[in-house]
Design a protein around this ligand. Structure first.
Ligand code: 1CP
Length: 346
């Protein structure tokens, strides 16, 4: 499919027959790899890294070479497009993203600039570069953050245990908050369309903090802008993957977003996911990443258990329920990839 040598991932996303279950891993290009740390050092800091086309292409293709995964996800961040609308942030060692001009009042939302895709031209070049470097061996996944998750960072100003400021803003100024989500949705439609035009074979929307909401608030705030994005994406075959961390309480709502694939964490049973999707969409996940700190025997047992829950039907992409962590062992990650490839053969 689509001039790819290995199109298993796309076939599973689109629920076409597969010979085995495809696998890729969230945060597969990261610090747990010595080769990544070398590139990171060359780049200086994380922002200069993801704006450096050559180094970002190299980081993106590392997991294919070192792990043998079935898809690449471009090396970038969910915050990348925010710079274009006037949001100022930096990534601090051990702290994650820190915003220099967080949104404090509804008026601050009106000060945001219109998005200009030329400001993120390097993301398009990275996608093209990856497709050249891998010679169309495996599909390339583009991505963005979901409006709620981005708004949560923009208001909170940094990561948080409870996103108190962001949610208080949402309750105090619901209309302004919805206006912000809507502006972000419009920006992300343009951003994802730009990634698809540049050669992305699939796109994933990361709603990492959506699970901090009650089911009512998820339905009222987080879900509508994701629906808007999925409707607004212009695509030919490219599947859309919708990830929400902490989705168990409102999985039924999430699966109305219109995505082709629903990516779930480990707090929901994959058999239940399969039953609820009922052949109408595919699923991605759902291994608890912490399993990778256990012995190989445990890794095998937990991976096989997930494979068995889905069974031999198509429509499952193996992944973690959240990202790999910087202190994980490459050898165990590779072991997981090998186990899934071997144990899922039809
Ligand atoms: O495989 C890959 O590494 C792909 C590139 C990628 C992706 C898809 C990165 C690189 N970040 C992301 C998405 C991302 N970024 C998400 C959504 C997925 C998730 O929930 O993990 C989120 C919430 C972020 C925000 C972010 N960026 C954080 C999390 C902070 C928090 O609130 O807990 C951090 C630490 C970053 C920096 C970052 N992004 C990516 C990398 C490799 C790093 C570390 C940079 C470094 O210091 O080397």
């Amino acid at each position: 499919m689509k001039d790819l040598k290995n199109d298993l991932f796309l076939r599973a996303c689109l629920r076409e027959p597969v010979e085995r279950t495809p696998i890729w891993l969230m945060r597969q290009a990261g610090r747990y790899m010595p080769e990544y740390r070398e590139l990171r050092e060359k780049a200086g800091n994380f922002v200069t890294f993801y704006k450096d086309i050559d180094l970002s292409v190299k980081a993106t293709v590392l997991p294919r070479k070192l792990l043998g995964v079935d898809a690449s996800i471009i090396f970038s961040d969910i915050l990348t497009p925010l710079e274009s609308i006037g949001v100022k942030f930096e990534f601090r060692e051990g702290e994650g993203p820190v915003f220099l001009n967080p949104i404090e009042t509804p008026d601050d939302i009106l000060k945001l600039k219109p998005f200009d895709k030329n400001d993120v031209y390097y993301v398009g070049e990275i996608i093209k570069g990856v497709n050249r470097a891998l010679n169309r061996e495996i599909p390339t996944i583009g991505f963005c953050g979901a409006p709620f998750t981005l708004a949560a960072y923009m208001i909170e100003g940094r990561t948080s245990r409870d996103f108190k400021k962001a949610k208080a803003f949402m309750y105090n100024y619901p209309d302004a908050f919805k206006d912000l989500l809507d502006r972000l949705a419009d920006m992300l439609i343009e951003y994802l369309n730009f990634q698809i035009e540049s050669g992305a074979d699939a796109v994933q929307i990361f709603d990492s903090w959506g699970g901090y909401l009650s089911p009512d608030d998820y339905r009222e705030f987080a879900l509508p802008p994701v629906k808007k994005i999925i409707k607004g994406i212009k695509r030919d075959y490219q599947p859309v993957i919708h990830f929400t961390k902490g989705v168990a309480g409102f999985f039924d709502d999430m699966i109305t977003s219109g995505a082709d694939v629903y990516s779930v964490d480990w707090m929901i049973d994959l058999s239940e996911v399969k039953e609820k999707l009922n052949g109408k969409a595919a699923a991605q996940g759902n291994l608890d990443p912490i399993v990778l700190y256990a012995s190989k025997d445990v890794i095998r047992e937990k991976a096989v258990s997930i494979l068995n829950k889905w069974g031999k039907d198509t429509g499952h992409i193996f992944n973690l329920g959240h990202g790999l962590m910087p202190d994980m062992e490459v050898e165990k990650v590779k072991y997981l990839v090998d186990v899934v490839k071997k144990e899922s053969v039809r």
